[in-house]
Design a protein around this ligand. Structure first.
Ligand code: ZN
Ligand code: ZN
Length: 326
């Protein structure tokens, strides 16, 4: 656990056996390994001292937080994202360059999908997912974060786990994938990509074609609406309005987007009720979808950055409906 007081130096508290993995840097933090016979919670409480306003990582183990709360009964707690989220959500030019490189790498995988270089029909979702993952790495990511492949009725589940289902002809196939990529000289976690393209394994019926048209208009309208000073909920509204107008409103079951950076999901949240204004340097996804239970689903997702005068989409892969024949 990294303990960062506002008024003192930071300390990284780690078990002795993990200490060799730490790249020590005294300019950033003091390293304090603890022995198997020591009580790390008491050690942490000692570092906190008399301070009572504490924030803890959103992803800390509940067991650790409960122990800390017992050791520091008068402290008040809040999630670290309430402090760090506002800092992280505005990206500087280096961060935008890293996000752009990750998005371009993901675009190249999407282009291969569109070109038919990744066979779909007759293969399982899991096989296609594994190939997309390999291609993300080959295009420069150092880690695959996810590769959703959802075919036919499975595509109606936005976060479907790719499985043994074999992809057939004349189905929608939602492919939503991303990884982390480091620019040269960056030895941190890197920056994330996240793109969705939906392809068809044969000519669409009229209903699917119409739904896709509405989806494409919704996604384009939401992207076009991005600019500093626009409320996050307004971007969500733009996407939803276009899908509502085409009669598919009930089938758009999630928020329009999420911020992205060193984490694949972070602030700002592009969702109804979020009145936060978009700021220059915000990077987030615009990803409306239409999901018809037990039948089909579709989503188009790009990462965009709010610029001084509007928007810069980082994903440029084709948005048109691509039909892949066997
Ligand atoms: Zn995605
Ligand atoms: Zn996303």
């Amino acid at each position: 656990m990294l303990v960062v007081p506002v008024d003192d130096e930071a300390t990284l508290v780690v078990p002795r056996l993990e200490a060799p993995r730490v790249r020590a840097d005294d300019r950033l933090f003091e390293l304090r390994p603890w022995e198997e016979t020591e009580d790390p919670v008491a050690l942490l409480a000692g570092l906190v001292g008399a301070r009572r306003r504490l924030a803890i990582s959103d992803r800390a183990w509940a067991a650790l937080l409960l122990s800390l709360q017992r050791a520091l009964p008068s402290a008040s707690w809040r999630p670290a994202s309430s402090v760090l989220g506002r800092l992280r959500e505005v990206k500087d030019s280096e961060e935008i360059a890293a996000l752009a490189a990750a998005s371009s790498a993901a675009d190249r995988v999407a282009a291969a999908l569109h070109a038919g270089e990744i066979p779909l029909i007759g293969r399982s979702e899991a096989e296609v997912s594994a190939e997309i993952g390999r291609r993300l790495l080959a295009e420069g990511h150092h880690r695959v974060n996810f590769a959703i492949v959802a075919s036919g009725p499975n595509a109606a589940s936005p976060h479907h786990e790719p499985g043994s289902r074999v992809i057939r002809e004349r189905e929608t196939v939602v492919c939503d994938f991303g990884g982390s990529l480091r620019l040269e000289g960056d030895d941190g976690p890197g920056y994330c990509s996240d793109i969705t393209r939906t392809v068809l394994t044969g000519p669409p019926d009229q209903e699917v074609a119409e739904a896709y048209g509405a989806l494409q208009r919704a996604q384009a309208a939401a992207v076009a609406g991005v600019a500093p000073g626009v409320a996050c909920e307004e971007i969500d509204h733009l996407a939803r309005r276009a899908i509502d107008a085409a009669g598919w409103g009930e089938c758009f079951v999630h928020r329009t987007g999420h911020g992205i950076g060193i984490e694949e999901h972070e602030a700002p949240w592009i969702v109804a009720g979020n009145e936060e204004l978009i700021r220059e340097g915000n990077a987030f996804s615009v990803e409306p979808g239409i999901y018809v239970p037990e039948r089909f689903g579709m989503r188009i997702e790009d990462i965009v950055v709010a610029t001084a005068d509007g928007v810069r989409p980082l994903n440029l892969a084709d948005h048109d409906l691509v039909v892949l024949e066997a």
